[in-house]
Design a protein around this ligand. Structure first.
Ligand code: NAP
Ligand code: G4F
Length: 330
């Protein structure tokens, strides 16, 4: 007899990771449900086009009753909490809304899950999308699961709250709740506000003569950039373990924004990017995270996870995708 079909609920279904995770779970035979917010979400069409088999439920992480309704409607085996205000720079301008969604949203969802589960708290498995931004002013390198958190933005503070709360609910109520501490992961689906996509889009437009220059912030910041498609697999693997736990997910390689510019412009045949790029203080942050690099040894040992796509391949994938998209504007 075949195993019963498993059901998953994803918050943040319209985001980069939500789409990749939905594709992965559908390919594994899951019934996939997604939470979508707003009375007319402009990304609904994209979700319906890319993952038409996902069933959408209206709800918002700031509205606990909507979360409870979504849980009752789909009776999930696994819940992936990917919804967040996720742009670090925006979090200084809107610290309150960032806290409401990215921090208190986790509380709302965990409480809704507890109410929904009753006495059987381990029946539903929970994934929290934690972030390497929590390491902030890093206290050691590379960063691992026990590295001290030193968040440097309202976003990172909110993520640290969500991470600690997830651990606390696991310890207090025996919830199968795991926290994935994911380092930066990118793809052609990345929002254009993040640096990799901002660069890949600008490189495509500059090389096609559609844009003159690119205005950047701190070129010395270093990040451990991986491919989102690889990282959603780690999320799924965490929820397949008998015991819930916390895992760092990273490539172990770090590169500066300057190197990102080198590789991205070279992909479009431009060897010297200096005539096109200028810096402006408006893109500098009140407190910067200078250098992140992760140690994913535990994920490798316990989950058997490892990244497949390297930095150069990732940047080339993004530039090629943007070139194809921007050619329609010629
Ligand atoms: P993303 O593309 O910015 O997607 C964020 C998602 O959150 C969107 O679907 C958005 O929906 C949803 N959302 C925002 N406010 C909400 C609310 N009030 N209620 C419900 N949903 C809401 O982010 P991502 O890159 O896919 O990242 C997924 C998660 O991983 C996020 O929690 C992020 O903070 C975390 N993370 C990301 C990375 C990374 O490098 N990508 C690394 C570590 C952790 P709308 O479309 O309606 O706005
Ligand atoms: O692409 P970013 O905006 O990503 P950031 O701040 O590292 O955050 C991303 O990764 C986190 C995981 O570590 C996630 F939790 C978070 O949700 C998000 O997905 O900026 C990367 C670096 C920063 O140091 C920034 O100062 O690039 C630098 N940068 C330089 N010029 C710029 C720019 N970033 C942006 N967005 N735009 C610029 O013009």
């Amino acid at each position: 007899m075949s195993a019963p079909r498993r059901t998953a609920l994803i918050t943040g279904i319209t985001g980069q990771d939500g789409l990749y995770l939905a594709e992965l779970l559908l390919a594994k035979g899951y019934a996939v449900h997604g939470l979508i917010r707003g009375q007319h979400n402009p990304k609904r069409e994209l979700v319906e086009q890319l993952v038409p088999d996902v069933r959408l439920h209206h709800g918002d992480l700031t509205d606990q009753s909507s979360l409870l309704r979504a849980l009752r409607a789909c009776e999930p085996d696994e819940v992936y909490n990917l919804g967040a205000v996720s742009f670090v720079a925006y979090s200084w301008q809107n610290p309150h809304v960032t806290t409401d969604v990215t921090a208190l949203g986790v509380l709302n969802l965990l409480e809704a899950l507890r109410l929904h589960s009753g006495d059987d708290t381990s029946a539903v498995r929970f994934y929290q999308a934690s972030s390497s931004e929590m390491f902030g002013k890093v206290q050691e390198s590379p960063q691992h699961e026990r590295t001290l958190l030193w968040p440097r933005s309202p976003y990172a503070v909110a993520k640290a709250y969500g991470h600690h709360l997830t651990v606390n609910y696991r310890e207090s109520y025996a919830l199968h709740a795991s926290s994935g501490i994911l380092f930066n992961h990118e793809s052609p689906r990345r929002g254009p506000e993040f640096v990799t996509r901002k660069v890949s889009q600008a490189v495509a437009r500059i090389s096609l003569g559609l844009q003159d220059d690119l205005v950047m912030g701190n070129l010395d910041a270093e990040r451990d950039w991986g491919f989102a498609g690889d990282y959603v697999e780690a999320m799924w693997l965490m929820l397949q373990q008998d015991v819930a736990d916390d895992y760092v997910v990273a490539t172990g390689q770090t590169h500066s924004v300057r190197e990102l510019l080198d590789v991205a412009f070279a992909c479009a045949g431009i060897d010297d990017w200096t005539p096109y790029v200028r810096q402006d203080a408006q893109h500098l942050r009140p407190a910067e995270v200078d250098r992140l690099v992760g140690d994913a040894g535990k994920a490798r040992r316990v989950l058997g996870w490892q990244p497949r796509v390297g930095f150069h391949e990732l940047v080339a994938m993004m530039v090629e995708s943007d070139l194809a998209e921007q050619k329609h504007h010629l």
